[in-house]
Design a protein around this ligand. Structure first.
Ligand code: MN
Length: 179
């Protein structure tokens, strides 16, 4: 089965477009229409990547990105933000919130798919080899190479699919170095 992508988007047409596009490229796409459910759904689904709309009712995508990046089990999951406003300040705020990638609406289908593939590749490379990552997170991954996320390799027969929502992926690792 393909890599898992959680798509958080309140607009039904965009949601369908993104999911269809991802599925056509062999990914397993899971749709979330209400941002308020995003964190819980992400914990249950264990995505390899999150596509995150920014403009949503009830809760902003920016806020959700921050919450995901503050979650021990999800923080290494790459996030690709999608936003209708291409203002430069917005892109900076999106990146500051912790998103690894960014595309603006209306999306270019090709760019969208390429961006997804690029982020997944980068995340896999980061998990497998040396972390070119920043700050303290890098150190903990080096200390516990077996604990690094490996979507395909599954080292100890530990199933990738069924992550107990109560369990965090890196409970075994040292904590507290996150800036
Ligand atoms: Mn929206």
């Amino acid at each position: 089965m393909g890599q898992k992508i959680l798509v958080v988007e309140d607009n039904e047409l965009n949601l369908k477009l993104f999911c269809d596009l991802l599925r056509a490229h062999g990914y397993e796409a899971e749709a979330v229409r209400d941002g308020r459910e995003a964190l819980e759904r992400a914990r249950a689904f264990g995505p390899d990547l999150v596509v995150m709309d920014i403009q949503m009712p009830h809760i902003s995508g920016l806020e959700l990105i921050e919450q995901i990046k503050a979650d021990a089990g999800l923080r290494r999951t790459p996030i690709m933000a999608v936003t209708a406003y291409a203002a430069k300040g917005d892109e900076e705020r999106i990146r500051d919130a912790g998103a690894e990638g960014y595309v603006s609406k209306p999306i270019s289908v090709l760019r969208f798919v390429e961006a997804v593939a690029g982020l997944l590749e980068a995340a896999t490379a980061r998990a497998e080899s040396e972390p070119e990552a920043s700050e303290g997170e890098a150190a903990s991954e080096q200390l516990f190479p077996g604990e690094s996320r490996d979507p395909d390799g599954c080292d100890e027969g530990e199933g990738e699919g069924e992550l107990d929502p109560g369990l965090r992926r890196d409970d075994a690792g040292p904590k507290g170095e996150t800036p």
